[in-house]
Design a protein around this ligand. Sequence first.
Ligand code: ADP
Length: 752
Amino acid sequence: MDNKDKIIIKQRVNSNIDYNEQIHIPNFIQDHGLLLVLQEPDFDIIQVGSNTEKWLNIPPENLLEQNIECLLDSEQIDNIRQNLAGNFVYINPLKLSIKCGNEVRLFNGIIHRNNGVVILELEPCENESATDFSQFYQLTFPIINKIQKSANLYELCEIVVKEIRKITGFDRVMIYKFHADDSGEVIAEDKQEDQEAFLGLYYPAYDVPQVARAVFSVKFVRTIPNINSQIVELVPQFNPLTNEPLDLTFSVLRGVSRCHVKYLDNMGVMGSMSVSLVKEGKLWGLIACHHESTKYIPYHKRVVCEFLGQIMSIHIPMREQNDNLDNKVALKSVQAEVIKIISESEDLLNVIKNIGNKLLTIVGATGSVIFLEGEYHKVGKTPNDAEITELLNWVKNQMKTDIYSTDSLPIIYPPAQEFKDISGGLLVLEIAKLQEVYVLWFRPEVSQTVNWAGNPEYPIEIESDGKMTLCPRTSFEQWQEIVKFHSLPWQPYEIEGAQDFKTAIVGIVMRRISELAKINLELEQSNSELDSFTYIASHDLKEPLRGIHNYSTFLMEDYGEILNQDGREKLETLVRLTQRMEDLINALLYFSRLGRQELHKSPINLNELIENVSEVVKVSKPDISFEIRKMDNLPVIYGDKILLEQVFSNLINNAVKYNKKDDKIVEIGYEETEEAASIIYVKDNGIGIREKHQETIFKIFKRLHGQNKFGGGTGVGLTIVKKIIERHGGKIWLESKYGEGTTFYIKLWKQE
Ligand code: ADP
């Protein structure tokens, strides 16, 4: 099978493998130096590397249980002792001259304390020139200068690989960056021209096992001058104080694991060095240096490399931020527009209406859904309603904070495989948990091609005893993997965009709430003013009015004979006017109470209701002939019976009243809607209403005719009708043709 055609889902190879070879306690060291374990306070030698004879001409057993005085003079010992309280890093390396038989050999002494013992490692430094601070400064200062001037991560890495290669002379220097899934990517490389490039290649996560990462996080430089060097065991094998393997985490000579030696060998590397890059306390990557032949880097150069690694580590966060700066700037300007739209909008629905595709741009999505008051408001490409409902229910349980994001939705939520073209990635924002307001953003699946350095699938080797061990890859040939079910990752600044969106939206929701509170307060005030007005109207106005009415009536009865015709007519007008005024005041009182009156809702059979109302209208108009035609099967609606009787009584009365035809006909019927509502109509063949008046007739005291025409009226009827319908959450509107007739439509709900 051709690997290039192979499509797999990115996943861990086998979670049952032991990746935990204890690399910090290998029980042996490398051969390019020697190691002495000293017991405090006297510095007795309690454990040594077995290669002492090679470097000191002294067999290990002759050193054990001796005091360090047998190797170092008292000045050197004093120097060590004085620094025991502090950190040995600052005295390393100690320039030590040790008498080996007839000759004196020079060593770099590297000393540290770990787990209750002092470990002194000696590396020969015959050919090495002494380095002082000014040299260190001259070497590092220009590089630091360049690092500081680097504009982005790419430039920073380029500088570092070039400079480290210049200082050390390795064939190849690379920077590996670890991804979230622990795989490493070569993001910078400086190498010999004839070498194959590794730049852009991915290394499987197990190439640098977790235990190795843990050591790299605390010990920043690691050198392996020669992978084929002799394995130097420790004598005795275990630390005699603990009877356990000696912890070599911080040792410069720590022995190399069998797997790693094989790994480097398979790669054609003999000498190597790595420098840790740590961002915010976590291992971010490595500066990896390879050499095809053996390569020893003297201590002072290792210090320079470690120092540069640390300087680079400091700059990583800032340089990463600079990356995609253009994108970010563009994004910020859209985000600013969106925030402006939000700040100018009155409510969320308004925002949704005005925001359009910008909702997608702020996070770089291709589809989005705002879930508000049980409805989905969609922009761009989104799954269907049923899919969104299921997804939303699932994601609500995943959300630990108000934001959730994944770039591999179809893997963690398999139903999304059905709509992976729409959503390989998902970003969800919880705007208000209680009110259930959510924003979902979708990104399509992108099949990414990853160039692996070697096949990432097969690191396992079954040994003869049937044990499974993790073994290095033998092939480093480029191997392509197509990663399915992934979207492009959500960048931190995109997630920030979503969060800013929430902050702005929450602002508008809060503003709306405080505005509503203010309006409510004002309404309450005007309601109470209206209340006191109705009180005045009912008591203070109605009483004198009744007095005027009564006295006018008495005048008519007692003195009507004395008055002439003109006087009597004036008195009659006075009686009529007071009567009318009382009607108006009563209507006003009724209307003002209607807004606050509690509704007593129940299911109402409209057939019965209309029949009763028609009966009453007929009885009240014995002199007028008219016909009421009602559809047989009017629906059952949900409302306040007494108030709805009033609605239909008003409409039917008007339909008869504003009709000059001899055969006056009123038709009552209904239409169903898609929602749980019915539209009931009352149609007449009356005088009709001109278009310009069709709105105004609902205003209070608005009449289109003189007092004496069409039997008079207060102009309150339709105002009350509209108010009652609105209090039921319904709607009223009309169609009319002047001279032909009018149809009033009322939308009413069938359930709460
Ligand atoms: P009124 O008590 O005067 O009837 P309404 O509020 O019921 O007051 O009606 C307001 C005005 O609307 C009426 O004065 C009338 O001119 C007009 N109107 C109401 N219903 C109809 C109708 N079915 N046909 C024509 N005009 C109507």
